[in-house]
Design a protein around this ligand. Sequence first.
Ligand SMILES: NC(=O)c1ccc[n+]([C@@H]2O[C@H](COP(=O)([O-])OP(=O)(O)OC[C@H]3O[C@@H](n4cnc5c(N)ncnc54)[C@H](O)[C@@H]3O)[C@@H](O)[C@H]2O)c1
Length: 346
Amino acid sequence: MQPNLNIVPFVSVDNMMKLVLSIGVEAFLTGLAAYVEDDFRRWESFDKTPRVASHSAEGVIELMPTSDGVAYGFKYVNGHPRNTRDGRQTVTAFGVLADVSNGYPLLLTEMTILTALRTAATSAVAGRHLAAKGARCMAIIGNGAQAEFQALAFKALMGIDRLRLYDIDRTASEKCVRNLKGLGFDIHVAASAEDAVEGADIVTTVTADKQYATILTDNMVGAGVHINAVGGDCPGKTELHADILRRAQIFVEYPPQTRIEGEIQQLPADYPVRELWRVIAGLDAGRADPAEITLFDSVGFATEDFSALRFVRDRLHGTQFYEDLDLLADPDEPRDLFGMLLRAAA
Ligand SMILES: NC(=O)c1ccc[n+]([C@@H]2O[C@H](COP(=O)([O-])OP(=O)(O)OC[C@H]3O[C@@H](n4cnc5c(N)ncnc54)[C@H](O)[C@@H]3O)[C@@H](O)[C@H]2O)c1
């Protein structure tokens, strides 16, 4: 796939959509979830650091690097809740996978769509390990860009086929209903968040608002529910009332990052939390009984993007869904970089 050393495969948004559709959205989510699980299982082989975040009044721009010693990956991602008002996405991203042995990039790809897919796949992996057995009904509060991906990942991995949707903007819920039509869901559009959580086994919160919001209050969360809290992912940006956290078993990705960005920023810095990778690796039993409230306090961690980059690189082989990008200088004699510049003028 890489005939010249200077050529890097580049996956545009158009090609990502073609790749995803050629595989099938649910098959893509299932395949990606397997990579996410594999990488969580070998958690200790990764270089880990909280992501590097640059905050502003409007949002955040973040770099998310990690390496397993063989490959290195990073994602550039933003989060700007007010962006949709002028036609922009709240979250956009692109990323790179590189070869640790020589530092050369192996892949440059769009990651806006890929982030929605990897976030949903990770949520469903957590749900499969933590939700009560037999869960079929999920509430989704916040019906924006991430919502349908979440629904399809929980269907593909856990058989969730009943949805209860709520958004402060009803047109967002109606968009979800349109997009998910014919995909095997029984959908109820709720009049309020209280209505949405009624009878739901799993509650996904995936709203965007740069504040300490209270999407769920304590009285809305009954025994046995699994909460998949996706939208609270920045300092000062949360979705759950702190009383819920005190009743729940809390599972996180990388504690040093989640303590800054997750729902648990509302709790003391030494409050006990459990690590999702340990559940996946079989070192933590996860849910202890059907009445327990479990919470996946998702913020998104670099290994999940690394898994997504690996998955895309592996699936690109034998396809036409990439372009050759002239990204790296390649003088005939490696030290004659300036000579190459001079010869370009000739
Ligand atoms: N944890 C992760 O890994 C991860 C990954 C991607 C995105 N996110 C976060 O998920 C959130 C959603 O992302 P998106 O791309 O879908 O955003 P989006 O702007 O497309 O959609 C957000 C939706 O939430 C709705 N909303 C806002 N406040 C609400 C409230 N109080 N009650 C009900 N609905 C409400 C909005 O009307 C909108 O439809 C963002 O906060 C984003 O930062 C987290």
